[in-house]
Write a protein that binds this ligand. Structure first.
Ligand SMILES: C[S@@+](CC[C@H](N)C(=O)[O-])C[C@H]1O[C@@H](n2cnc3c(N)ncnc32)[C@H](O)[C@@H]1O
Length: 683
């Protein structure tokens, strides 16, 4: 829990605010100057002993529960619905050029116009439409739309009122590296995760990132006809696109599209820059799930709050307000100097790594996932009940399990014929037995993935970005997935008399940790689960102890690499004053190999950013936006070494967390078996 511990752990901590007049302006000041509210909250930078840097929100005075901490009006947020509204209004001739309510432009933007020129909005909307789609929603993936919106505002440079916010984004703000969301990790580190389901998800994300950033965008914005071979992605078809919230597909008209003028002006968007924008979108957007048009939004300053879990550990929450305003409130007493934290959602480490580029140790929402089919259930329960002749599942058990779990009834897990899935993904979790829910899980509301905050009665719900993993983590975990427990309870029954009773019960009721059908049966089930957890643990090539050792040397590597970067980094001569002096030159852990300095004529300074080639951002060519310096501010080899070291350490941390989760699950089932056995003895 790096960030949670950061206030005490950091050896250097100071306000991120630079002296007045420097660039970029402190976010707190910028927000207040343009209609936002900031009450007793400040942004701090923290430097860990490892050399890693991060930022966090800190209370500058005491707060009572319910206090408003930050409020950000819609025009100060970076959100793609603004683009959609502007384009649609232009198309239907209503002449509305931007989503900024009348009268707020001046307030929010100062000299820069909040109106989005109709032609540019229309060009962006066309791009949105070409993005890969989620098969579940059929809509272009929001992460890509938000990334394009971020790049669009970046390309506008001083013409965008959001430039001061952009300058604080990780990867642009000096010393703050781009989050290493899993799709940006090096391949060798991905292999070291030792966890197939996550590795597959990361490969799919990498595929789509490459496809869009490297092929699709250049074609759509570069004046070329769609090239041959681009149908490949669509025909591959098997790509599960977590970024696209499901199975990703090509945009509907991609193959027939002729590119138009780039909405990014002179900003050359390549795979690296696009990857940065997607990582920013994934790691710091809030979902607005209600309201006239669901959208995602980057909310300045509010997006500086770090994540803690479980939910009770965070001291602030987000609420939506009227006119798209997003606000942060204290949800408990906060003392001056406390870190202000949010719970992004009930994310397991799989989701955290995919969406945010870090893991929590321990993570109360973590889970070990595996695919369960009828064959696995059959082999698990063999000899424990069921058909007296074969010792396997009797026909009625198979039917009941298939029906309750939505699985295909065939022994080999042959999906389809009866409408059931071939397999479902289930978990063993690290929830300690004593913390497991006491009531049936069925009593819990179904999870809305990523839902982070209670909505006000009449206002839009606000949620932190959903994790992109394969399983939406629910609000409450029990040590064993209720569906797995239900399957084992049904599969080990000796007596068909249970069938009538179980038919009317939900899978959550049958599989509730707190309930059981018969004590001796439950003891056997716990023994089966203990054997399962042990077998899964043994399938890892390394043990917990080996991982711990590796991690301590990996941490040394990270620190050494960070130190090397700091030593070899030469701040660009023409570089802007950094966000704070400590941050100078420390952006070297960003995965990007070069930096260029971009000057913002409106605010009289330059700050480092990272197009993939120095000088590729040419505001002059576009006749607007940023102009480019050519200073290189870090040693690419040292930066790459630091990124490699960080990835390697994160991979080991992830798999260590997974094994710890399995170990805890094992402890929970063994404890339950013992408890039931002891009860049996007493009676
Ligand atoms: C919404 S941003 C929070 C602000 C961020 N710290 C910054 O400086 O921009 C989310 C990112 O913060 C970092 N983060 C948040 N919570 C964290 C935690 N508990 N441990 C480690 N990193 C965390 C991760 O890099 C994540 O991608």
């Amino acid at each position: 829990m790096a960030a949670a511990a950061s206030s005490s752990e950091g050896r250097a901590s100071s306000s991120a605010s630079a002296a007045g007049g420097s660039w970029p302006p402190p976010l707190e000041q910028w927000l207040v100057a343009h209609g936002g509210v900031v009450n007793g909250v400040e942004l701090r930078q923290v430097l860990y002993p490892s050399g890693a840097r991060d930022r966090l929100l800190v209370a500058s005075r005491d707060h009572a529960p319910g206090d408003l901490l930050i409020s950000v009006p819609a025009p100060l947020q970076l959100r793609y619905d603004n683009i959609e509204v502007a384009a649609e209004a232009a198309a239907d001739g209503s002449g509305f050029e931007g989503a900024c309510p009348k009268g707020q432009e001046e307030e929010a933007g100062g000299s820069a116009s909040l109106s989005i020129p109709p032609a540019e909005a229309a060009a962006l909307l066309r791009l949105f439409d070409q993005m890969p789609r989620g098969s579940d929603t059929g809509a272009p993936a929001w992460q890509f739309k938000q990334a394009l919106t971020i790049l669009y505002h970046l390309s506008r440079g001083a013409a965008s009122p959001l430039l001061p916010y952009l300058a604080h984004l990780p990867g642009l703000a000096p010393g703050v590296p781009t989050p290493r969301v899993a799709m940006l990790m090096y391949d060798n580190a991905v292999d070291e995760l030792q966890y197939g389901t996550l590795v597959q998800d990361i490969r799919n994300q990498k595929y789509w990132l490459r496809h869009v950033g490297c092929h699709l965008l250049p074609q759509l914005t570069g004046g070329q006809q769609e090239a041959e071979g681009e149908g490949v992605a669509a025909s591959q078809g098997v790509v599960e696109g977590p970024m696209a919230q499901g199975r990703a597909q090509e945009g509907p008209r991609a193959a027939a599209t002729t590119s138009g003028p780039s909405p990014f002006g002179g900003l050359a968007v390549d795979e690296e820059l696009f990857g940065w924008a997607v990582a920013v979108a994934m790691s710091r957007c809030f979902g607005l799930s209600r309201g006239p048009r669901p959208t995602h939004t980057c909310v300045p300053l509010v997006d500086m709050a770090n994540h803690v879990a479980p939910r009770e550990a965070s001291n602030a929450e987000i609420r939506g307000g009227r006119d798209g305003q997003v606000a942060m409130y204290a949800k408990k007493q906060i003392r001056a100097g406390d870190e202000i934290s949010l719970t992004y959602g009930t994310h397991d480490n799989h989701n955290l790594l995919l969406s945010y580029g870090f893991t929590l140790q321990p993570n109360p929402y973590d889970g070990f996932y595996f695919d369960l089919n009828m064959e696995t259930i059959e082999s698990l329960v063999e000899g424990q009940g069921g058909d007296p002749d074969t010792g396997g599942l009797a026909g009625w058990q198979r039917e009941l399990i298939a029906h309750k779990l939505g699985l295909a009834a065939g022994a080999g897990g042959r999906g389809g014929a009866d409408g059931g899935a071939e397999s479902i993904r289930v978990y063993l979790s690290g929830v300690a037995a004593e913390a497991a829910p006491k009531a049936a899980v069925a009593a819990e509301a179904p999870a809305v993935a990523g839902s982070a905050a209670a909505a006000l009665d009449d206002t839009p719900a606000v949620a932190t970005p959903t994790g992109s993993g394969p399983v939406a983590a629910g609000p409450v975990r029990q040590p064993v997935d209720p569906r797995l427990l239900a399957a084992l309870r049904i599969g080990t029954l000796q007596d068909r008399a249970w069938e009538k009773l179980l038919v009317g019960r939900s899978v959550e009721q049958i599989g509730a940790w707190s309930s059981l059908l018969a004590r001796q049966q439950e003891i056997s089930i716990m023994q089966l689960l203990a054997a399962l957890a042990s077998a899964l643990y043994s399938s890892f090539p390394t043990t917990i102890q080996q991982d711990r050792q590796l991690l301590s040397s990996a941490s040394l590597d990270v620190a050494a690499a960070a130190a090397a970067v700091t030593l070899t980094t030469k701040p660009a001569a023409s570089a802007v004053p950094p966000v704070n002096p400590e941050a100078a030159g420390a952006g070297a852990t960003a995965p990007l190999s070069t930096t260029a300095a971009i000057s913002n004529s409106g605010s009289g300074g330059e700050w480092p950013m990272h197009p993939s080639q120095p000088g590729s951002v040419t505001g002059a060519a576009a006749g607007r936006g940023p102009t480019v310096g050519s200073s290189s501010s870090l040693d690419p080899a040292a930066a790459a070494a630091a990124a490699h070291a960080r990835d390697a350490a994160e991979a080991v941390r992830f798999r260590l967390g997974l094994k710890t989760t399995l170990e805890r699950s094992l402890q929970a089932v063994v404890a339950r078996a013992k408890e039931l056995d002891a009860l049996k003895q007493v009676r």
